[in-house]
Design a protein. Structure first.
Length: 601
């Protein structure tokens, strides 16, 4: 029986069980375990209830399996009956039975009862604590799961690979302190299994730390630990966030070499990675090669076209998705509306908004309203955008008013800009970007006293503008530059190259856009301030370290400023290079002096 049970042959195991004339507790335990290991939970519980008919008393090995069957069948009521019987026979203090009870209650979201069992146990081991960690994690309570890990350490029990595995279902955003705790836990583990690496990478990815995730993946490779599909699906978004195309391509080659496909989850991640790197041809190649596509696949590709200013392609692909028989979801409509917005397809955007409501009977979410406000604003219909906001069926949020304020900046609509800014300062009073946008509107109108007032308000409230930060990939490494950065070993060469570029740009007619710079400094100082923006430093660094004609890919944490946008267009023409910049709004493909955004972003 044990041999067949180990080979996952419950039918043969059951035949031998039925043929056995004298069944003791071991026979029943093997049969129950065989059913549980093959997810036949009801059958396992039936065998358990038959034990009394044969005069066989369950023991401390029976109950962990039976409790697991209750969890698998999602039957807390039966679990409660078994718990009551366990208490009556005095097995509730048994380590294995206690661990089984914790696991059962945890999976049933009865965490109070699980904790009560843990606290009542005379003896607890790592499995006991891991079961409690898993209970919180399985119910999406990541921070509380980490608190159990910390409590476990206070009991002088060292978290192990099982602890990390227990955390995996709930990895989400958390505090920097908790991230450091998980990393210390990971570093102190003597035997790190693949799951532990996967969890640590997922922690970084879910907390917007893509550089750390990619670095950890590289450490895995050095240590000879072979990643699986879960690892790949976790690290690819990090590569996309960094525009780390070379690293992403290496991972893609690994997927092909190890024959990890076809795998819908992985293929969707590859499409997304190439899209975030601005490589639409590569993204489309993966998309076209997929045997099966779900709504996520189509949405990723539609979004890729939209972010790169190819709205017509996005709209065409949306129609093909409809023709394929798939029903677009809410996110798919966000993607196509956003694509229409980025490409100025006003009529198409209106059509899809109506289609979503009237044909697909979807209630618009705040994201759809934000896309429509952005669409109308980009088209110059700022008054219509404001009227649209006033007719919304829900309270406008930061995204809505932010889209309107951005449109007011482009079209110098002071009155509505003040309305939008007033709402934003009430909703998100600490968000520096909106103060800067309003300041830019004032500056374009020559209202410098108001610019100074905005700066004074920011200073008095302790609001600081987020420093510009740009990433650029060179080889297998991603380099990071801050505004005015001089920490790089090649800093001298970078600034020298920048001086040369600025000289050539001025020969080509470049005039620094100092209108939105500080009003109370000399013009020469304004130019110097603009010259040290992070994307300019990243571009200069890439130029001196790559072959002529090599495309340059940059990601920035803020919206590209007007001066850097003009500079990138000119540098692309002077150096005969394509410069691809992804900012918080969209992609900018700079080629021979032009930008794919049409100078609206």
């Amino acid at each position: 029986m044990r041999a067949y049970a180990a080979c996952k042959e419950p039918t043969i195991t059951r035949h031998l069980f039925d043929e056995s004339p004298n069944k003791n507790v071991v026979f029943f335990n093997v049969m129950i375990r065989s059913y549980v290991n093959n997810h036949l939970y009801q059958e396992a519980l039936i065998i358990y209830t038959n034990m009394s008919n044969h005069g066989v008393q369950p023991d401390n090995y029976t109950y962990p399996c039976v409790l697991k069957a209750c969890s698998g069948w999602n039957n807390l009521w039966v679990g409660l009956q078994i718990h009551g019987y366990v208490v009556r026979v005095g097995l509730d203090s048994n380590l294995f039975v206690g661990n089984g009870l914790i696991a059962m209650y945890g999976k049933s979201d009865s965490l109070f009862d699980a904790r009560k069992v843990l606290d009542g146990m005379n003896k607890r081991d790592v499995v006991s604590w891991n079961s409690m960690v898993a209970g919180y994690a399985q119910n999406g309570r990541f921070d509380e799961a980490l608190e159990i890990c910390k409590e476990m350490e206070l009991q002088r029990l060292k978290p192990d690979a099982g602890t990390m595995a227990s955390l995996s279902p709930a990895v989400t955003s958390t505090s920097s302190k908790n991230i450091s705790f998980v990393r210390n836990m990971f570093d102190n583990m003597t035997n790190k299994g693949l799951i532990s690496w996967n969890v640590m990478i997922a922690v970084y990815v879910n907390n917007s730390m893509p550089a750390e995730a990619v670095e950890l993946y590289s450490q895995m490779e050095v240590k000879g630990i072979e990643p699986d599909a879960v690892t790949i699906a976790s690290v690819l978004p990090a590569c996309g966030d960094l525009s780390a195309l070379m690293q992403g391509k290496k991972i893609h080659e690994y997927v092909v070499r190890k024959k990890l496909g076809p795998n819908l989850f992985l293929e969707n991640a590859l499409v997304d990675m190439y899209a975030k790197c601005g490589c639409l041809l590569d993204a489309r190649k993966v998309f076209d090669g997929m045997r099966n596509r779900d709504v996520v696949s189509w949405t990723s590709m539609i979004s890729a076209y939209g972010m790169n200013g190819q709205g017509r392609d996005a709209v065409d692909l949306f129609s093909k998705m409809q023709d394929s028989g798939l029903i677009p979801d809410q996110i798919a409509f966000v993607s196509v509306l956003s694509a229409c917005s980025h490409s100025g397809l006003l009529n198409e955007g209106r059509y899809y908004f109506r289609l979503m409501i009237h044909e697909y009977k979807m209630v618009p979410r705040i994201e759809h309203f934000a896309c429509m406000v952005d669409l109308l604003g980009r088209a110059g219909n700022v008054d219509e955008a404001y009227s649209f906001i006033k007719q919304m069926t829900m309270e406008p949020n930061e995204r809505i008013w932010g889209a309107l304020l951005s449109a007011c900046r482009v079209y110098s609509n002071m009155n509505l800009g003040l309305v939008a800014a007033d709402h934003l300062f009430q909703l998100v009073p600490e968000q520096a970007g909106y103060y800067v946008l309003l300041s830019n509107i004032y500056a374009k109108s020559g209202r410098w006293s108001d610019v100074i007032t905005i700066r004074s308000i920011m200073k008095s409230r302790g609001i600081k503008k987020l420093p510009g930060c740009s990433n650029v990939e060179l080889g297998d490494k991603v380099y990071n530059f801050l505004v005015g950065d001089r920490s790089h070993p090649q800093s001298k060469e970078i600034y020298a190259e920048l001086d040369v570029l600025v000289g050539k740009m001025k020969e080509a007619g470049y005039v620094p856009e100092t209108d939105s710079s500080l009003h109370d400094v000399e013009e020469e100082d304004k130019e110097g301030h603009l010259a040290i923006h992070s994307e300019k430093l990243a571009i200069a660094f890439a130029i001196i370290n790559t072959e002529p004609g090599t495309p340059i890919r940059i990601t920035k944490n803020l919206r590209v400023c007007g001066d850097c946008h003009v500079a990138a267009k000119l540098i692309s023409k002077i150096t005969n290079r394509e410069i691809i910049v992804r900012d918080t709004n969209r992609f900018h493909h700079f080629r021979i002096g032009e930008c794919s955004c049409g100078d609206y972003w």
